[in-house]
Design a protein around this ligand. Structure first.
Ligand code: ZN
Length: 232
């Protein structure tokens, strides 16, 4: 076993104080995703959408990586093969925890995207409907995050990694959002072993060879220790 591909979702950042989306009390129960996470919602009320992401950007900037982020960075550093981390999260906690080359399939709060010309730049802490694009000068800045109805980023790269993976691990994902929820089948079809680490079984848990349930800050470091041969 050489190459490990890891998919992470909101569950890995929950213990860093960043909310999950679909659980009871999750972000989508407070802010309807149709309003704040779709191109139509942004067209309808860009002020609300900017306020929502400004608040999340501030919150994410103040958050600290937890033991699960640190453990994955250690796996990447110490595993005698390739470890690719793909995340659905728009926070930067993997990088803050020491991970390298993280693939942000749903974009990042740290990025701004021009809805007019497609230019990307580092997001200011707050954006609004007057924020100009540095390339075309139009006031058409939006968060560089992938909204519902939009194609996730880097899909060709991700499927190439899944096709060459020996082990696929999904950590803290709901299994309710495609295409990410289909990664386990893609990896299985390519001959990879699969494991789910989650607080509770995801919608696609039965598709995995192995499952481990509990808080990410416990099950992820334990799994990494097992992988690195550090536990009995
Ligand atoms: Zn522009």
């Amino acid at each position: 076993m050489r190459k490990i591909v890891i998919l992470t979702g909101a569950g890995i950042s929950a213990e860093s104080g960043l909310g999950t989306f679909r659980d009871a009390g999750g972000i989508w129960t407070k802010y309807p995703l149709e309003d704040v996470a779709t191109p139509e919602g942004f067209a309808r009320d860009p002020v609300l959408v900017h306020e929502f992401y400004n608040a999340r950007r501030v919150q994410a900037a103040a958050a600290q990586p937890n033991a699960a982020h640190h453990a994955l960075a250690r796996l990447q550093r110490d595993w005698p093969g390739e470890v690719v981390i793909v995340t659905q999260n728009v926070d930067g906690l993997h990088e803050a925890g020491g991970a390298r080359g993280v693939i942000h399939m749903h974009g990042t709060l740290a990025g701004a995207l021009c809805a007019g010309c497609g230019h990307r730049w580092v997001a200011p802490e707050t954006m609004d409907t007057t924020t100009p694009c540095p390339a075309c000068t139009r006031p058409s800045a939006r968060p560089d995050v992938v909204w519902f109805g939009e194609m996730p980023y880097f899909m060709d790269t991700i499927f190439d990694h899944l096709a060459s993976a020996d082990l696929f691990a999904a950590i803290g994902t709901s299994g309710q959002v495609y295409p990410a929820a289909g990664f386990v089948q893609e990896a299985t079809a390519s001959g990879a072993r699969t494991i789910e680490l989650n607080l509770e079984p995801s919608a696609v848990a039965s598709n995995f060879d192995e499952t481990r349930f509990g808080p990410a800050s416990r099950v992820v470091p334990d799994w990494v220790s097992d992988m690195l041969g550090l536990r009995g």
